[in-house]
Design a protein around this ligand. Structure first.
Ligand SMILES: Nc1ncnc2c1ncn2[C@@H]1O[C@H](COP(=O)(O)OP(=O)(O)OP(=O)(O)O)[C@@H](O)[C@H]1O
Length: 268
C-alpha cells in the first residue's frame, strides 16, 4: 500500500482529500467510458457532477471506491493510492467512504435502526458481522445520526413502511455511521418528488458544512447543482468539459456538457 500522508497534511480543513489523475475506464476494448479524468476534492467541499445520460457519472463515482476497477490512472484518497490496494487494505480504506444510492439499497424487511447499523460492517470481522454484534457506542451513534436527520422516531419501523424521502435519509444515516471522510451520492434525488429532494439536498449540504465531510454528488438537475455546489464538474462522453464554481457555468458551458441532448435538458 502506498502511503503519501504526513502528519502536516492530514485532518486539516481545506486540504486535498481526493486526487484523481489520468483516469481511464473501458468496459470493453472498443469504448472508453472515462477518458483522462483529472479532479481534486478538498475536505468539506460540496461538488456536483452533471452530464447527460451515459456520460460516465456513475462509473466515475464507482471507480473512486473501486466498486468498479478503473482501467488505468491514479486515485489518491486520504493519502492512500486506491488502485493498487489489496482486499484487506481496500476494505479499511472503503470504510472511510460512504455511498448513497438512487434506490437507497436498504434491506426492506429490517428496521431503520438495523439498516443504519449495517454501515458499521466495514469495521467488523466476518463473524461479528454475521452475528450483528454492535457495541453500545455504535448504537448510540446510530440513534444520534437518525436524530440529526429527523428520523429518530422511525428507528424501529420497518424500512418498507417508509416514504422515498425517508428511505433516502436512512441511506444517508447508514453512510454517516461509517464516520466517513467522503460521501459519494449517485443520483440521490432522482427518484424523489421536489419537496423530498430539497430535504435530502439540504441535509447533504449541512453534512459538508457542519461535519466537514466532503460530498460528491451525481445530479441530473442543473438547477440543483447550481444552488448547492461549491464547485461543478461537467462530464460529456467520459471527459471533463467543465470544472468551476456555479457562477461561471455559462449557457455555452452547459451546451458543451449536454451536447446534442441540450434540447432534452431545456424541455425538462
Ligand atoms: N457494467 C457495464 N458494462 C458495460 N457498459 C457499461 C456498464 N456500466 C455502464 N456502462 C456504459 O458506460 C457508459 C457510462 O455509463 P454510466 O452509468 O457511468 O453513465 P451515467 O452518466 O451515470 O448515466 P446515467 O445518468 O444514465 O446514470 C454508458 O454507455 C453505459 O452503457
Amino acid at each position: 500500500m502506498t502511503e503519501y500522508k504526513t502528519s502536516e497534511n492530514k485532518g486539516q480543513q481545506g486540504e486535498t482529500l481526493l486526487k484523481v489523475e489520468n483516469l481511464y475506464k473501458s468496459y470493453n476494448r472498443n469504448t472508453l467510458v472515462l477518458q483522462n479524468v483529472q479532479m481534486a476534492l478538498k475536505q468539506g467541499e460540496f461538488v456536483s457532477i452533471i452530464g447527460p445520460s451515459g456520460a460516465g457519472k456513475s462509473t466515475l463515482l464507482r471507480c473512486i471506491n473501486r466498486m468498479i476497477d478503473p482501467t488505468s490512472g491514479s486515485i489518491l484518497f486520504d493519502g492512500v493510492e486506491m488502485t493498487t490496494l489489496n482486499k484487506a487494505d481496500l476494505r479499511s480504506q472503503r470504510a472511510k467512504i460512504g455511498m448513497v444510492f438512487q434506490h437507497y439499497n436498504l434491506v426492506s424487511r429490517l428496521s431503520v435502526f438495523e439498516n443504519v447499523l449495517h454501515g458499521r460492517f466495514g469495521y467488523k470481522s466476518t463473524l461479528q458481522g454475521v452475528l450483528s454484534l454492535f457495541t453500545e457506542e455504535e448504537k448510540k451513534l446510530a440513534l444520534e445520526i437518525l436524530d440529526k436527520l429527523g428520523m429518530k422516531e422511525f428507528a424501529y419501523k420497518r424500512c418498507d413502511q417508509l416514504s422515498g424521502g425517508q428511505k433516502q435519509r436512512v441511506g444517508i444515516a447508514r453512510a454517516l455511521v461509517q464516520q466517513p471522510k467522503l460521501l459519494l451520492c449517485d443520483e440521490p434525488i432522482a427518484s424523489l418528488d421536489p419537496n423530498s429532494s430539497k430535504v435530502i439536498m439540504d441535509h447533504l449540504k449541512d453534512i459538508s458544512e457542519t461535519m466537514g465531510i466532503t460530498v460528491l454528488v451525481n445530479l441530473h438537475q442543473v438547477d440543483v447543482a447550481l444552488k448547492y455546489s461549491d464547485r461543478i464538474i461537467g462530464l460529456n462522453k467520459g471527459s471533463i468539459v467543465y470544472e468551476g464554481i456555479p457562477e461561471n457555468l455559462s449557457n455555452m458551458a452547459i451546451r458543451d456538457i449536454y451536447g446534442s441532448e441540450i434540447e432534452d435538458l431545456i424541455l425538462e
